[in-house]
Design a protein around this ligand. Structure first.
Ligand code: PDD
Length: 277
């Protein structure tokens, strides 16, 4: 496998990182996960735009323009002869320098990107998944796709230990998003989701869901819902590049509606499938 390191290509085994690396020592960096279907990136432009927005928000200067990174990532696909379903992981840290909290000067960002096979989870997509709820203890700039993922990691691990797929996060009862996905509630034919404030990541798949909803004349309302609204929800679903549009059929120990994926969720899933393939 070939990976992109800075703006070059190297064999995966030849990438070594110094121990004084800001991503490793401080989580001082940003990242993206991009889905690949049939050997093609899905929502590439949206992800690149977000990468630049995240980097700018924490004053990391990326060593390429948007056009240059687009070309590099296309080359990476070719060099890996990727022709099936996969995902790309890419990160940019503030660089390598002696460990001090303040930013080093004149140090280039460290960037790498690699891809791997990632088959779609058809069973989860058709049956739906169960979730737990947890307090959202993250910071106030969750719109930045930062490498600091400890609260997300812990919430997702607790979900796993509970036999669940995801953790729905809430601040004082108000649902923000999940540990690594956005979340939506359907009630009386309307879809509710948290507005794109600084408290959530502005998902690339979410942007597409907004479009699908417009196409279908399904009202999508950017208003937060509460943990207490879940009990009477008609449907619940989540979205991310790795999870797609995924029905939630259980929250903590309560079943959503009849425990089967709902109608609106399924329509949005179908729209996603057409769009991505
Ligand atoms: N996670 N919210 C959070 C906290 C996320 O980490 C993600 C993505 C999303 C959905 O964003 P998008 O639709 O652009 O994938 C929402 C990626 C997949 C990850 O960390 O692996």
């Amino acid at each position: 496998p070939v990976i992109m390191s800075q703006t070059n290509f190297v064999h995966r085994d030849n990438l070594t990182y110094p121990y004084e690396e800001r991503g490793l020592q401080f989580g001082d960096g940003v990242y993206e996960v991009i889905r690949i279907y049939n050997g093609k990136y899905y929502l590439l432009e949206e992800h690149i735009n977000r990468l630049f927005r995240s980097a700018e928000a924490i004053k990391i200067e990326l060593p390429f323009s948007k056009d240059e990174i687009t070309t590099l990532l296309q080359e990476l696909l070719e060099k890996n002869s990727m022709s099936t379903d996969g995902k790309l992981y890419m990160q940019a840290s503030r660089g390598t320098a002696p460990r001090e909290h303040t930013f080093p000067t004149d140090v280039p960002a460290n960037v790498y990107a690699y891809m791997e096979d990632f088959p779609r989870n058809l069973k989860n997509l058709s049956d739906g998944v169960s979730t737990i709820t947890r307090r959202d203890v993250r910071w106030e700039n969750c719109y930045i796709k930062s490498l600091n993922l400890l609260p997300n990691v812990i919430a997702k691990q607790e979900a796993k230990e509970n036999g669940s797929y995801e953790a729905i996060l809430h601040k004082d009862g108000v649902v923000t998003e999940c540990s690594s996905s956005n979340v939506y509630l359907v009630k009386d034919g309307k879809v509710y989701t948290h507005p794109t404030t600084n408290n959530i990541l502005h998902g690339c798949v979410r942007m597409r869901i907004e479009k699908f909803a417009r196409d279908f004349d399904i009202p999508l309302i950017e208003e937060p819902f509460s943990i207490s609204d879940i009990a009477t929800a008609d449907e619940l679903f989540l979205s991310s590049s790795t999870s797609e549009v995924l029905p939630i059929v259980k929250v903590d120990n309560d079943t959503i509606s009849n425990g089967r994926p709902g109608k609106i969720t399924k329509r949005l899933q179908e729209a996603y499938e057409l769009d991505a393939n």
